[in-house]
Design a protein around this ligand. Structure first.
Ligand code: ATP
Ligand code: HMH
Length: 292
């Protein structure tokens, strides 16, 4: 008898960089997709030698290799949603924007990775311009952090009101459906606060502020969770609210590894249930076998 189960599963694509430390980038995105029961596919734009203390080296993939990965995935498997993360240079950004158009990739979430949480600029000014003019207008939502929102809006952001003003300016000037200005780089209580603006509704998304130094990859995780929810057919507002809840809970289970900022705990229910001990799962399995 054929016992195979034919499972249909939503598919999402991440176009982003690899983080050797496993906390951000492609690694965080694929874990987030898996948690949401979405099949994760990837197009790697660059390889970073990175750990919890910082980025040591970045090697860009050839633009043609990025394009080939996107085409291989979309032409055969198809994707219901996609996200972009670290795109690194102007050539890759331009090529990704062309592929999004040519392959009609819908539900695109752009995490405009330009500046690290510590304020260091990761892409040059020409690449920022290309991102604004080619890729961002194709997104259903963009998710800048504090420093990225400063660049995109031209405002200094030091308060909730500044975050709101920046979201409005970014929406107006960059023509995306929605903007989420993230508060992780703010001080005090604002660290857990994000601002949503879609041209109509200006909303403050507030969760508790989690007291942890282990916040590496929160932005990647949030944008990947939004894409996963969109792939599952949720509307954009619902996708964002649920993604925010997910990243907050994952932060409360953040992993204390390395000397610097550890990653969030993407698979927290396993730890919450005490199954961090994998032996437990095996024991339960053998008990069931014994009973049969
Ligand atoms: N200490 C915290 N407590 C609660 N929420 C937080 C905290 N730090 C970040 N967040 C949330 O995590 C999400 C990501 O925001 P953040 O500003 O950290 O993005 P980012 O700088 O792009 O992240 P990264 O570069 O580390 O991937 C947002 O929803 C933000 O509110
Ligand atoms: C590969 C990669 N993408 C994104 C970020 C931003 O968190 C990072 N540190 N590394």
């Amino acid at each position: 008898m054929n016992t195979a189960i034919n499972s249909r599963i939503p598919v999402a694509l991440t176009i982003a960089g690899s983080d050797s430390g496993g906390g951000a980038g492609i690694q965080a995105d694929l874990r987030t997709f898996a948690f949401h029961c979405v099949h994760g596919t990837s197009a790697i734009t660059c390889v970073t030698a990175q750990n919890t203390l910082g980025v040591r080296r970045v090697d860009a993939m050839p633009m043609e290799a990025v394009v080939a990965q996107i085409q291989a995935v979309v032409e055969d498997i198809g994707v219901q949603a996609a996200k972009t993360g670290m795109l690194l240079n102007q050539e890759i950004i331009f090529a990704v924007a062309q592929q999004v158009e040519a392959l009609q990739i819908n539900n695109l979430v752009v995490d405009p990775v330009m500046v690290s949480r510590t304020g260091a600029q990761l892409i040059d000014d020409d690449a920022v311009k290309t991102l604004c003019h080619t890729l961002i207008p194709k997104a259903v939502i963009i998710t800048p952090n504090r420093y990225e929102a400063q660049i995109l809006s031209g405002l200094q952001i030091n308060s909730l009101e500044d975050m709101q003003a920046a979201a409005e300016i970014i929406h107006k000037t960059l023509r995306t459906k929605a903007v989420l200005v993230k508060g992780g780089g703010m001080q005090g209580d604002l660290r857990g606060v994000d601002i949503w603006f879609d041209g109509d509704k200006l909303e403050v998304l507030t969760t508790k502020q989690v007291e942890t130094k282990n916040t590496h990859g929160t932005g990647c995780t949030l944008s990947a969770a939004i894409a996963a929810n969109l792939a599952k057919g949720k509307d954009l507002w619902q996708a964002v609210q649920q993604a925010k809840e997910y990243v907050t809970t994952a932060l409360t289970y953040a992993l204390d590894i390395g000397e610097g900022q550890g990653p969030v705990g993407h698979f927290f229910p396993l730890w919450g249930l005490g199954t961090g001990d994998w032996e437990l799962g095996k024991k339960q399995g053998s008990r069931e076998q014994g009973a049969g």
